[in-house]
Design a protein around this ligand. Structure first.
Ligand code: ATP
Ligand code: MG
Length: 452
């Protein structure tokens, strides 16, 4: 974003470090507002690296230019103090090509020397539970580091790309309740909450309530948190994650897959346009993201995947769902995302529609990301006739009561329809090339942590 996009900023913030660094204020007198990122120097000259949301720049303050009072204040400005600094932008041979010759400065929010900014190399090394736990304990402060800031910008572009994909195609954004009475994805990951003397659950997915609006809106989507009590801690499960879901009337499994492929390609394309620099700074191989933005995603039936896995010596029996250990092996050699379709009926919940050609299977799909990342989308066609949904609910042994509203959707003008759910945090993790899903969300929640 250029400076124009940021006009109207509050409290007269007019200049952005990113613009200074891109050379658009060369030789000008500017006022920067930001935070002290690094500081060093002598009694005569101070080098302060100042950060704002757009970047960092070195500011050089000389005692004889800024005066004693200002110089002393800058000398005492510790890391993460907030500052307003005025000066002239100059080109330099040093690190970033530009620096600021300081003429005036003010410390706005000082940092108490008795409580310096806790995130330091040595503190991480000495931390009791190791660096990871230390950074999670200090997550509220860790957000300011360049790695997290970069991730959060990438994440924002992923959200933007999902909204624009659906809105550009006339989907209506629609919201479902988060307190619900029934499961979508099986009872074992339901969060139970006391609800005025009764029990309620936190929603695992928007889907069932989206299906209720399908006859009204026909094309709908959302981005909202879903909650799953995932007991085992893995690299790709959170207990609260961001779920992009869509539901579409008069659609087959194939139609839904086309949208899944479309939205993922749109995310990759948008990242290349908006965040190439950020991806590179994380060490991501941009050519891979380009490939994901441009290629078609092949389709493979579940049976074929099982054969491949058995060929690789993985123990798997027909009928089992693929867990992460299996997806990892399967996707390690993939060059692009692949759809896996036609899972066994016994492996999937009641809402998946049995394949009319062979009812041992359901018309569903998972989209598996390459490089060992595994599932990022689960979707398919929904069971849409009353008889069939009752049969599926009963064969699963699920009580009908909480799903009466869901069955009603079939009683009043059922139509073929389908949809998918995409794990937004997983997509961020994969496209940014991160190791762990917690890197891709500001405050990750898992079975051991709800703080800070
Ligand atoms: P998995 O087998 O990996 O647990 P799932 O089959 O339970 O996934 P779905 O119910 O199909 O997942 O949910 C749709 C999408 O939501 C998944 O493809 C994934 O991207 C995302 N997702 C599901 N559970 C989680 C979670 N606990 N944390 C983060 N993302 C998740
Ligand atoms: Mg799951």
């Amino acid at each position: 974003m250029g400076q124009d996009g940021r006009t109207g900023a509050t409290m007269g913030k007019k200049y952005w470090i990113g613009d200074v660094r891109s050379g658009s204020h060369d030789g000008e007198n500017v006022e920067l507002k930001g935070w002290v990122h690094r500081t060093r120097g002598s009694n005569k000259i101070r080098f302060l690296v100042v950060r704002d949301s757009t970047g960092i720049v070195q500011c050089v303050a000389k005692r004889d230019l800024v005066g004693d009072e200002c110089f002393e204040a800058l000398k005492n400005a510790l890391i993460e103090s907030s500052v307003v600094i005025r000066g002239v932008v100059e080109t330099t041979e040093r690190e970033h090509g530009y620096e600021l010759q300081v003429t005036e400065a003010e410390i706005i929010g000082p940092v108490n020397p008795d409580r310096p900014f806790p995130i330091t190399e040595s503190a991480m090394e000495e931390a009791d539970g190791g660096e990871t736990e230390f950074l999670l304990d200090n997550r509220h402060l860790y957000l300011r580091t360049s790695r997290m800031t970069t991730m959060l910008k990438i994440r924002s572009s992923v959200f933007g790309a999902i909204h624009s994909y659906f809105r550009d195609r006339d989907f209506i954004e629609y919201q479902a309740p988060n307190f619900v009475a029934g499961a979508v994805e099986g009872g074992s990951t339901l969060f139970e909450v006391p609800y005025f003397g009764k029990k309620a659950y936190l929603t695992q997915s928007w889907q069932l309530y989206a299906e209720a609006a399908m006859p009204a809106l026909e094309r709908l989507y959302t981005m909202a948190p879903s909650f799953r009590a995932e007991k085992s801690r893995t690299r790709r499960h959170l207990t609260e994650f961001w779920h992009a879901e869509m539901e579409i009337a008069w659609a087959s499994n194939d139609d839904v897959m086309q949208h899944g492929e479309g939205v993922v390609r749109n995310i990759a394309r948008n990242l290349l346009e908006e965040r190439s620099e950020e991806l590179e700074s994380l060490g991501r191989d941009i050519s891979l993201v380009e490939r994901y933005a441009d290629s078609e995603y092949p389709r493979m039936r579940y049976d074929e995947a099982v054969e491949i896995l058995q060929g690789k010596g993985v123990e798997i029996e027909w009928g089992q769902d693929l867990d992460y250990s299996k997806e990892k092996v399967l996707t390690a050699d993939f060059e692009v995302p692949h759809f896996l379709t036609h899972y066994p009926r016994v492996a999937k919940p009641f809402y998946h529609r049995p394949d009319p050609d062979d009812s041992k299977y359901v018309l569903c799909h998972d989209l598996l990301a390459p490089e060992g990342y595994g599932e990022i989308i689960g979707g398919g066609e929904r069971t849409w006739s009353e008889d069939e949904i009752l049969e599926r609910i009963d064969e699963e042994g699920t009580p009908r009561d909480p799903y009466e509203f869901y069955i009603d959707i079939r009683r009043y003008g059922g139509v073929p329809h389908g949809g998918f759910g995409l794990g937004v945090d997983r997509v961020c993790t994969w496209l940014a090339g991160a190791d762990h899903i917690r890197e891709a969300i500001p405050f990750p929640r898992d079975s051991r942590r709800v703080t800070p």
